[in-house]
Design a protein around this ligand. Sequence first.
Ligand code: ADP
Ligand code: MN
Length: 178
Amino acid sequence: MTSDIHFRGPNILICGTPGTGKTTLSKEVAQETCLNYISIGDLAKENNFYCNYDSELQSYELDEDKVIDEIDDIMKEGGNLIDYHGCDFFPERWFDVVFVLRTDNTTLYERLEKRDYSEKKIQENVQAEIFQVLLDEALDSYKPEIVFELQSNTPEDMDENLNKIKNWIQQWKIENKS
Ligand code: ADP
Ligand code: MN
């Protein structure tokens, strides 16, 4: 064996602007596959992996190095599904595929209104989605051929995305004979 990476399966990243449906979709994928679901947001909360408080954004900055240290060994084993909005600070070697969820602005606005976000924070997120900030971040951080954009507006989209990801995993398993 040349590498211990991917012993248990592929590592998948699901990223995208808050409200695009990452957590909902990730949990469905994890339920229907043998992937190990990891929410970076929850991991940070549980371990207090934060550094500076950004008063303008009303949130703590993620301590990215601590996150990487915490799960690097698990990621080396493979078979993980990561849920996080951003993607540029993870080691590129971690992921076999990156799915970027996309949502139309009015739909996204309505979803974020249901959260206790300030109007400013809603606007910032909707703007980021309009300018495809996360998609560009993914394309800048990973080989473009492993980055896939998925529309996430309706429950039908959700089903379709679930199937696309399951199919991708099947294909990966055939190609990697695991
Ligand atoms: P994220 O984790 O990206 O912030 P969530 O998974 O928490 O997003 O989803 C935000 C809200 O939008 C939830 O109420 C969820 O049910 C809804 N939602 C997510 N994806 C879809 C979709 N494809 N169609 C309809 N509603 C969706
Ligand atoms: Mn989420």
